[in-house]
Design a protein around this ligand. Structure first.
Ligand code: XIL
Length: 360
């Protein structure tokens, strides 16, 4: 598998180098012809026409060399898996914990990686002090505005894009109940974007959600929500599809999800991609070559469907985690699983070949 991947990368680079050498004015090729020994320095970020990304964990970035090397080799976009959520940052009114988010941004700048901010308003990440806050509607708006201005303002010019609103719609297409809806009303969905735009007018602002690949009702509701935001001139620039999917989901579903998102005219981010393989939560399942092949196919189909979008709408393709040993899926479903493109030893899985195949 590894040899196969290396051959593909080698052919790509040799082709680029031959093109470069054939231009008589070029003294040197833009990219040196790699020797087999240095092909390990080449990753998805070098062979893809759009950014590839991953959700990262700060202590692994700091303490696990293999982890940080894999991230910097493969990805040119990163998202904080948890450390930019409201619960992680907001310790009280006007009291913020920045260390982890700062570390991530510093690592990204040092490694020429773009940062995608995640997530400003998410029903699952409201700190206790906000849950127990009591105030008028205007006071609630002020709490939201203060937080968004502090976070987006701190990283202005350093974080390129934000998931401003995360998971505001339920699978049946109705609005999800949350504290912001209760205290501010439906207007909460407009003002979070307005505040983010106020803090950084250049930031690319996303509505992010899951389920596009299994619920046409939810897909339509999300597109309606976005159409509503646009009709009210709310600054929304992108649609994030989490796509926590699984090997039983049909190729057609995956393709339709991605194509339908693009009909909004917004930039599309596959923002949290992973593929569950243990859909029956079998406690003693092992990762077989059959499972690996099925997973590879889904990776290929999704990457290809994304690659087929207009270049201007391809914001990026991000995985929710770097390697299987640290995926959130086993914890979430209480069963072993292998959802990511790298195995527990950071080796490229067969799924990685699927990603490369999707780029052809
Ligand atoms: C998850 C993280 O992966 C977990 O570590 C954490 O315990 C809970 O949140 N949708 C999202 C992400 O938008 O923020 C979630 O991340 C996964 C589902």
């Amino acid at each position: 598998m590894k040899n196969h991947t290396h051959s593909f990368l080698l052919i790509c680079l040799l082709t680029i180098s031959v093109i470069n050498l054939s231009c008589k004015d070029e003294v040197e090729p833009l990219i040196p012809i790699p020797t087999p020994a240095n092909t390990d320095t080449i990753g998805l970020r070098d062979v893809s026409p759009f950014p590839f990304g991953a959700a990262v964990n700060i202590s692994s970035l700091k303490n696990n060399t293999k982890y940080s090397e894999t991230v910097s080799r493969e990805f040119n976009s990163i998202t904080a898996e948890n450390s930019m959520k409201m619960k992680a940052i907001s310790q009280g009114r006007g009291n913020y914990f920045w260390d982890d988010a700062d570390y991530l941004v510093g690592y990204a700048i040092a490694n020429k990686i773009r940062v995608h901010g995640h997530a400003l308003i998410w029903y699952k990440s409201t700190p206790a002090w906000i849950e127990s806050f009591s105030g008028t509607k205007d006071e609630w708006k002020a709490v939201m505005r203060e937080y968004i201005l502090a976070v987006v303002g701190r990283y202005k010019g350093k974080i390129e894009s934000w998931d401003v609103l995360n998971e505001a719609i339920l699978d049946d297409g109705t609005l999800r109940d949350c504290i912001w809806l209760q205290k501010i009303g439906t207007e909460y969905m407009d003002i979070c974007f307005q505040y983010a735009h106020e803090a950084d007018p250049d930031a690319i602002l996303f509505y992010n959600d899951y389920g596009h690949e299994y619920s046409s009702v939810k897909r339509k509701a999300i597109n309606n929500l976005i159409a509503g935001l646009k009709s009210r001139n709310v600054p929304v620039h992108g649609i994030g599809l989490q796509m926590h999917t699984n090997i039983n989901n049909s190729n057609a579903n995956i393709q339709t999800a991605i194509q339908t998102a693009a009909t909004t005219g917004l930039k599309v981010h596959i923002s949290e991609f992973d593929i569950r393989t243990n859909t029956s939560t079998n406690q003693i399942l092992t990762y077989s070559s059959t499972i690996a092949a099925a997973q590879k196919e889904k990776y290929q189909v999704a990457v290809k469907a994304f690659f087929d979008l207009p270049a201007s709408q391809r914001y990026g393709f991000s995985f929710w985690g770097v390697y299987d040993a640290q995926s959130w899926i086993p914890g979430e479903y209480g069963a072993p699983d292998w959802p990511l493109p790298f195995d527990k030893d950071f080796k490229r899985k067969v799924a990685y070949d699927g990603i490369l195949a999707g780029l052809k």
